[in-house]
Design a protein around this ligand. Structure first.
Ligand SMILES: *[C@@H]1O[C@H](CO)[C@@H](O)[C@H](O)[C@H]1NC(C)=O
Ligand SMILES: *[C@@H]1O[C@H](CO)[C@@H](O)[C@H](O)[C@H]1NC(C)=O
Ligand SMILES: *[C@@H]1O[C@H](CO)[C@@H](O)[C@H](O)[C@H]1NC(C)=O
Ligand SMILES: *[C@@H]1O[C@H](CO)[C@@H](O)[C@H](O)[C@H]1NC(C)=O
Ligand SMILES: *[C@@H]1O[C@H](CO)[C@@H](O)[C@H](O)[C@H]1NC(C)=O
Ligand SMILES: *[C@@H]1O[C@H](CO)[C@@H](O)[C@H](O)[C@H]1NC(C)=O
Ligand SMILES: *[C@@H]1O[C@H](CO)[C@@H](O)[C@H](O)[C@H]1NC(C)=O
Ligand SMILES: *[C@@H]1O[C@H](CO)[C@@H](O)[C@H](O)[C@H]1NC(C)=O
Ligand SMILES: *[C@@H]1O[C@H](CO)[C@@H](O)[C@H](O)[C@H]1NC(C)=O
Ligand SMILES: *[C@@H]1O[C@H](CO)[C@@H](O)[C@H](O)[C@H]1NC(C)=O
Ligand SMILES: *[C@@H]1O[C@H](CO)[C@@H](O)[C@H](O)[C@H]1NC(C)=O
Ligand SMILES: *[C@@H]1O[C@H](CO)[C@@H](O)[C@H](O)[C@H]1NC(C)=O
Length: 440
């Protein structure tokens, strides 16, 4: 009997509920979102310093509107279980908290930490709609992400729904040992009208917009698996990035990443990069992307360099296996310089979004090496334009490309009929119906 009572009490003690730290439910007022940010911070620090109660709980059926109170450092062995909802504050953009470089702080932001788990059946909602319009109309681009983890080891993120981030949904940099699974990442340009009105924040004359930079997961690091997730986000579903500055204590090259069993809709690719050259050599290698179904992607297989005149970059051992791509809106396969042209010219890479239309250009960067890239069992069906394009530089051609069992059932005539155009690429095709036109 005593033992049962002890177990009962111990079970009760497990978890720091947000409401126990003064958080207020269902209230989008400025004072409440500040209070809730502070409650989250207190719960996090209490869980971190507790011996046996290492969980922060966002309770089921509870909705907390929140602004970030801080960036958190040096957390050890804690679980953040979100069964309810965290909703980003939707008030005046200029009041969003900034870091010391005047950049908007991500809604949940953790650095230099170990053994973190984010789990639960809940939702982190960014209400990004008005941030997207702010960038398009005003050009001032200083948006928060939903979840950021940097320079941390042993990270698990599972089961949660992330939606409508103002910028990237998950921004994970320099991670050692990561597991992301059963995630649902959605950007819904239409649904927010209903959502916003539910919180009394109805925008009159609602017009859907093309959200910019609403990537699903941006990630760099070593030994990471991302699997069994759904990503509908209008930009890179996953973008595998080099280590910032070309070096870290974990690894100098982003490597050993497996992305498996995911469904992607309206995405701009399961992407590698972009990789600009760097004096320390920016590097991404040994990445496997398998069992992915892309529906109406803007791009699907996307490997991209970025401009730069100093140092080098390396993109090597990249494998796409068992991929299905239906009705691509632009390119099913695009390998070359990042095609980017943003409003107000902020991050123009020189490679036109409309390349290869007449009077457009797309300069390649010989400082970034592409080597050992394989497409195996790739099926492309339908699509507005031809299946794809591979653009490399004659002074540093792409090497060791393999197309094995790649098919395209396609009816487009522009710009390359049912073909895949390539320049300065050495590779071979094995049992493949789709053969890049520069392979010998
Ligand atoms: C978290 O707990 C660890 C010990 O488990 C401690 O070293 C660290 O300083 C704590 N972090 C914070 C932010 O209090
Ligand atoms: C982490 O916390 C759990 C309890 O939640 C405990 O069992 C485990 O030993 C801790 N691990 C480390 C490395 O402190
Ligand atoms: C921070 O950025 C805002 C615009 O986002 C600008 O108005 C303000 O002057 C900046 N502050 C500093 C200290 O740079
Ligand atoms: C996460 O989702 C998986 C698959 O649906 C399920 O098996 C698992 O129990 C869930 N974990 C938690 C902590 O809810
Ligand atoms: C993902 O989340 C969105 C928004 O909450 C929801 O509409 C959708 O049904 C979810 N999808 C899956 C596969 O759980
Ligand atoms: C990454 O995983 C490999 C294979 O399991 C292991 O040998 C290596 O030590 C890991 N690297 C790091 C930095 O943990
Ligand atoms: C992931 O999904 C695949 C295909 O649905 C399934 O076979 C596999 O068991 C799942 N993996 C995990 C870890 O749940
Ligand atoms: C390596 O870790 C040390 C101590 O934490 C830190 O001061 C240093 O900046 C780190 N180096 C890199 C390249 O991240
Ligand atoms: C990264 O590169 C630096 C400089 O070459 C080297 O000192 C360091 O050991 C490397 N770090 C790792 C984790 O390999
Ligand atoms: C490449 O990455 C995979 C994980 O996707 C890992 O199992 C394998 O050991 C890595 N290969 C090398 C040579 O490190
Ligand atoms: C190849 O690189 C050189 C040097 O950057 C550049 O001048 C040239 O335009 C590039 N070629 C192509 C086809 O992009
Ligand atoms: C070729 O790929 C298709 C899927 O695109 C797959 O169904 C088929 O089994 C593959 N053929 C071989 C020989 O692996």
């Amino acid at each position: 009997m005593k033992i049962y009572l002890l177990i009962f009490l111990a079970t009760f003690a497990i978890c720091h509920k947000l409401s126990d730290f003064g958080a207020i439910i269902d209230d989008p007022a400025y004072s409440s979102v500040l209070t809730n940010g502070q409650a989250f911070e207190k719960a996090l620090l209490a869980a971190n310093s507790s011996q046996n109660d290492k969980t922060v709980l966002i309770e089921a059926n509870h909705t907390y509107h929140m602004l970030p109170s801080n960036i958190f450092y040096n957390l050890q062995n804690i679980t953040i279980k979100i069964d309810g909802s965290i909703i980003a504050w939707e008030g005046d953009i200029s009041l969003w908290p900034k870091d010391e470089t005047n950049h908007s702080i991500t809604l949940i932001s953790i650095r230099d930490s170990q053994d973190l788990t984010f789990t639960g059946s809940g939702l982190i909602e960014g209400l990004g709609y008005r941030w997207w319009w702010h960038v398009i109309l005003i050009g001032d681009d200083n948006r928060p992400c939903l979840l950021e983890v940097r320079d941390s080891a042993n990270l698990i993120i599972e089961n949660l729904t992330f939606s409508n981030s103002p910028e990237y949904n998950l921004n994970l940099r320099n991670i050692k040992n990561g597991l992301l699974q059963y995630l649902n990442i959605t950007v819904d340009v239409f649904g927010q009208q209903k959502l916003l009105s539910e919180y009394g924040l109805m925008y009159k004359n609602f017009v859907p917009t093309f959200p910019l930079n609403t990537d699903g997961v941006d990630i760099s690091g070593i030994n990471i698996t991302i699997r069994n997730s759904t990503i509908i986000c209008f930009d890179d579903a996953v973008a595998v990035k080099p280590i910032s500055g070309g070096s870290s204590n974990f690894t100098n090259c982003t490597q050993n990443i497996l992305i498996d069993n995911c469904y992607v809709k309206y995405g701009v690719g399961m992407s590698i990069g972009s990789v600009p050259p760097h004096l320390n050599c920016n590097c991404v290698k040994n990445i496997t992307i398998s069992n992915i179904y892309f529906e109406t992607p803007i791009k699907a297989i996307y490997i991209k360099s970025n401009p730069g005149t100093k140092g080098t970059g390396l993109i090597q051992h990249i494998y796409y296996e068992n991929i299905k791509i239906t009705n691509a809106l632009m390119w099913a396969v695009y390998i070359g310089p990042q095609q980017q042209h943003q409003p107000h010219g902020g991050a123009d890479t020189g490679c036109s979004f409309f390349y290869p239309l007449p009077f457009t250009e797309c300069p390649t960067n010989p400082l970034v090496t592409f080597d050992d890239v394989a497409l195996i069992n790739v099926e492309i069906e339908g699509g507005v334009f031809s299946p794809g394009i591979i653009l490399c530089n004659s002074t540093n051609p792409c090497t060791n490309f393999v197309f094995q069992n790649v098919t395209a059932k396609h009816w487009s005539v522009v710009p390359y009929w049912n073909g895949l155009h390539c320049e300065n690429t050495q590779g071979k095709a094995i049992d493949s119906k789709l053969i890049p036109d520069c392979f010998n």
